[in-house]
Structures are given as C-alpha cells and as structure tokens.
Design a protein around this ligand. Structure first.
Ligand SMILES: *Cc1c(COP(=O)(O)O)cnc(C)c1O
Length: 366
C-alpha cells in the first residue's frame, strides 16, 4: 500500500520550498570533476576555528559517551560575563537559527502575521510558512531594511518582527537612532527578534548593540551565533539574550540537549580567544578592500557591506554563477532573495579573493 504523505502534511509544510545552502566543495568536485575548488558561499571564517577551540574539543572528546550539560552552565556563564548580562537571560541554540525558530513557534499561531524585510534571511519566510503564519514582506530601501515602513506594516494581526542587523545577504545595516525609533513604534505585544549573526564584524560607532536595548524593550530577543566570526559553523551553536521571563519561555520548547558537549566546550574557548577574533576581523577588513577594489576595476556595482560578505551586480547572475562553478569557484546566487542580478561573495583568504576576481574577470570577458 502506498500513501500520499504530502497530503497528510500541514498546509504550511505542503507549500514549503526548502532552504538552499551554499554548495559544499566536495559536491562541486564530484559533480563537475574540478579540483581545488574554493568556497566563498556561506559566510564562514576563512581562518577556520580558533586553535583554542580545537584544543577544547580534544579535551572534551573522552567525555562524549555522556550527555551534554543540558543547562549549558559553563558556556552560559562565560557568555554572561563577556556580555555583561545574567546567565538566566541566555538561551542556547543548535545554531542561532534554532533559537530564532523557538521564538517563531512560541509566538506565532496559524494566521498570525510575521513582518520582515525584502531581501532578508531566507529562514524567516521558511519558518513563517512552516508554522502557518502569514508573511508580511516589506519593500527594502537601498537594499536594506526600511524600518519606518516595517513599523507601519505591523498590524493588529502581527505577532513577530524579524530585524537583521547587519542584514544577510545585503550587508546593509541600521544605525542606533533608527533602530531605537523603530522599537519605540512597535507595540509591546509584538515580539522583535533582532538577528545579529554578524555583530562582531561591524566597526562603525553608530552601529547599535542589541543587548543595550533589552532594558527598554522587554519584547526584544537578540540572536547571535558562533557560526560566523568564531568559525564554528559545523558545530552548530548560537544563543539569544533576552529578559529572564522571555528566556524561560524559550527554554520551555528548547530540546534539552540541543547543543552538544563538543560545541559547548569549543564555543567557550573561542569566546575568549581575542587574538583569533582580531585576526579574523583584520583579514575581513583587508579582504573587503581587495574585493571592492577588484569590482571597481571590473566596473561592477556592489552593495556596500559591513559583514564578511558582499553582493556584487553581475547581470545574469545564474549564468555567471554557473561559469564560476566550472572555474572551481563557489559563491552564492541570490535570485531566491529577489536579487537575480547579484551574487553574494564571502570574504576569503587573500589568495581566494584573487582567484575569485580572476575567475570573474574571465567569465565576464573583461
Ligand atoms: C548565518 C546566519 C544565522 C545563523 O546561523 P546559525 O549557523 O544557525 O547560527 C542567522 N541569521 C543570519 C542572518 C545569518 O546569516
């Protein structure tokens, strides 16, 4: 007997298109037979993890027969002291996307509205659809969040707003004054998830620290991750900072062992490797300059970015992407984000950036 399992799924899930991640190097090498491929597609740290994180994993290995600490005591205390918050304000996630999902599942019932920006992180519409929420996508301004329009779009039916600062894939950001003005306009019954996955990369003094806004806005959840600047994407560890009451709620639906023991140990060690963080930021700074210089030489428009990635306008991006893959260069096509003329490129090592620029030049015939 066969059954049509699709027809048994909830309406939201039936209509879902899965998230498309960056192509792994091995997949490209297998599919196209190229060797020496480079991947600049998933905003990973090109320096890799902190050596201290690797040592911590080695140390923790003999204990993997045991369940991890479900409460994440040591990691939460390390985060709390670094961020100057109470450990009770922290919720650990299997990546920050885990915590973001908790928020959506807690506050959004079928038919409720979820507000987010055009060109924002693909997980927001996917999550909204999966739980039967109604997506309210607000037109971007200069590729970035139009916070005034987003506040205006919050209706009586809205339960949740996603704000990404800086945003992915555009690399655009909102300054302190605009963000505060926005939060003041959001009714306290509407939850705001402030996704700061790239927080540690931003150097501008007008860039706001979401944690400092928690005191004035109890409806706020700030999400951060070890996947980006800390170079631990493969381990899956992120967290949120919120009020105690909000964290209690998030912890109610958190699976008890969602962050494994190696991830907890590595994250704690990475958090205190200031030298690795400094080198990562420095490399990003230089690489961003290298890419934007290269784009100017190739006469290509780009969206100024404060993250560890940048969007460049190449014309028919699907075709250019395909040609780049044949050159062994993996970047991210973002047509599904409403940007069919752009490619998103992660800042890599200097030699990776050069290889990408050379391949792009060849492919464009310039
Ligand atoms: C990478 C990213 C995340 C988090 O990813 P995790 O690996 O799940 O921590 C969240 N939001 C945005 C916008 C991102 O780019």
């Amino acid at each position: 007997m066969t059954i049509d399992v699709l027809s048994l799924a909830t309406a939201g899930v039936r209509g879902l298109t899965p998230y498309v991640p960056g192509k792994p190097v091995e997949a490209l090498e297998r599919e196209l037979g190229v060797t020496n491929a480079i991947k600049l597609a998933s905003n990973e740290n090109p320096l890799g993890p902190s050596p201290k994180a690797l040592a911590a994993i080695q140390n923790a290995l003999p204990e993997i027969a045991r369940y991890p600490d479900g409460g994440g005591f040591a990691l939460k205390h390390a985060l709390a002291s670094k961020l100057k918050v109470a450990p009770e304000q922290i919720t650990l996630g299997n990546g920050s996307s885990d915590v973001i999902e908790f928020a959506a599942r807690i506050f959004v019932a079928p038919g409720d509205e979820v507000v987010f920006s055009q060109h924002a992180f693909a997980m927001y519409p996917i999550l909204t659809q999966a739980i039967g929420g109604r997506a309210v996508e607000v037109a971007a301004r200069d590729w970035g969040h139009d916070l005034d329009a987003m506040a205006q779009a919050v209706s009586d039916k809205a339960r949740l707003v996603f704000v990404t600062n800086p945003s992915n894939p555009t690399g655009t950001w909102s300054d302190r004054a605009s963000l505060r003005r926005f939060l003041e306009r959001i009714p306290p019954r509407v939850i705001v998830v402030l996704d700061e996955a790239y927080f540690e990369y931003v150097e501008n003094p007008d860039y706001p620290d979401g944690i400092l806004l928690l005191r004035d806005f109890p409806n706020l959840i700030v999400a951060r991750t070890f996947s980006k600047v800390y170079g631990l994407a493969g381990l899956r560890v992120g967290y949120s900072i919120s009020s105690h009451a909000m964290a209690d709620l998030l912890n109610r639906i958190r699976p008890p062992f969602n962050v494994n023991s190696l991830a907890q140990a590595a994250a704690q060690a990475a958090l205190n490797d200031d030298e690795h963080l400094r080198r990562t930021r420095q490399l990003n700074h230089v690489g961003m300059q290298q890419l934007t210089d290269g784009f100017r030489r190739l006469d290509l428009a780009f969206i100024p970015s404060v993250g560890n990635f940048i969007c460049v306008e190449v014309g028919d991006a699907a075709r250019i992407n395909d040609a780049l893959l044949h050159q062994g260069v993996i970047v991210r096509p973002i047509a599904s984000y409403g940007m069919p003329r752009h490619l998103r490129v992660t800042i890599g090592l200097p030699e990776e950036n050069s290889r990408f620029l050379a391949a792009l030049k060849t492919v464009l015939g310039r």
